[in-house]
Design a protein around this ligand. Structure first.
Ligand SMILES: O=C(O)[C@H](O)[C@@H](O)[C@H](O)[C@H](O)COP(=O)(O)O
Length: 301
């Protein structure tokens, strides 16, 4: 099959290569000339404009958008639309908010385009392991893309599926990422407790390696954690600063709207927020109140 890909970063570039290896024709666009040159050198076609991208694909076209969520997705669609024709399909493979996805679907479908949302998991390992894909959109449109999904997935019939109508793919990916936050937080806290028990002189790498085999908490995330510890057991040279790209907070908002109690995911998100505040105002407030009512000592900077 033919596929256009917009955004040839860590995800889009690797997906293009996985598709090429399976015999699909891939035409890719990126603002980075280095990224398009790399794609061409690998045997696909890298182009420097959206016009060239569209011109090098035969109708009905399928174009996979792999750009940061929010405005970049809207801008990409707005620029592409005049170049496309009825029957062409947009696939948003990024981490878009499902409400934006539903809005885009409802705008594009009456104009004759297809629009599919694909929550894509797998990170930099997807090129070899395959990508887990949670897909939303109209059944026949999703079905027409089957050869692409079968190739990108870990197995032809596994690790991907249409989970519901437009927005469902991104909604499921949002919750997937909320779970990711909670799992990560639990591992991080557990290893911190082990490290703090200095009198036992525990070897974190040894313990992680033991847990990798047969234990209830073994997982791919633990495998990656073990690799990270092997490379840098004390995490030297790293700042305790954890960004978030939005999916975790959308999960929390959604849980509140749905009256679902989700304390682990919520606290994991808030821990990330806290990691970015040095000597924060809240804690200085606590110290000063304690000082006011009890005359307790404050630590001066
Ligand atoms: O399944 C995946 O491959 C990941 O969930 C991925 O999609 C994630 O979005 C980013 O790795 C960082 O997300 P945060 O910045 O929110 O941690």
């Amino acid at each position: 099959m033919e596929l256009g890909i917009i955004g040839l970063g860590k995800m889009g570039g690797n997906m293009a290569e996985r598709l090429r290896r399976a015999g699909h024709k891939v035409v890719g666009f990126d603002f980075s000339k280095e990224a398009t040159a790399k794609l061409t050198a690998a045997g696909s076609l890298g182009v420097d404009s959206l016009e060239d991208l569209v011109a090098n694909l035969s109708a009905p076209r399928a174009i996979w958008i792999m750009v940061p969520s929010g405005d970049p997705v809207d801008q990409t669609i707005a620029k592409l639309k005049p170049l496309m024709q009825k029957g062409d399909i947009f696939i948003d493979g990024g981490n878009s908010n499902y409400k934006d996805t539903q809005r885009r679907h409802d705008e594009l479908v009456p104009e004759g385009f297809g629009f599919v949302d694909c929550g894509t998991s797998g990170g930099i390992w997807g090129i070899s392991e395959g990508y887990s894909m949670m897909i939303g959109g109209d059944k026949e449109v999703v079905e027409s893309l089957r050869p692409i999904f079968e190739t990108l997935a870990p197995g032809k019939d596994e690790g991907w599926g249409r989970v519901g109508p437009s927005g469902a793919g991104h909604f499921v990916k949002m919750v997937h990422n909320g779970i990711e936050y909670g799992l990560m937080q639990a591992y991080a806290e557990g290893f911190s407790i082990l490290k703090a028990k200095k009198v036992l002189d525990l070897d974190l790498l040894q313990i992680a390696s033991i847990w990798q085999k047969g234990s209830v908490v073994r997982s791919w995330l633990l495998d990656l954690t073990t690799d990270a510890l092997r490379k840098n057991i004390n995490l030297d040279g790293l700042e305790a600063f954890v960004p978030d790209s939005g999916e975790g907070r959308w999960t929390v908002f959604e849980a509140i709207d749905l009256n679902v109690s989700a304390p682990v995911i919520t606290e994991s998100l808030l821990r990330r927020v806290r990691s970015r505040e040095e000597n924060n105002f809240t804690d200085r407030m606590l110290a000063v109140m304690r000082n006011e009512f009890g005359g307790h000592a404050v630590k001066k900077s």
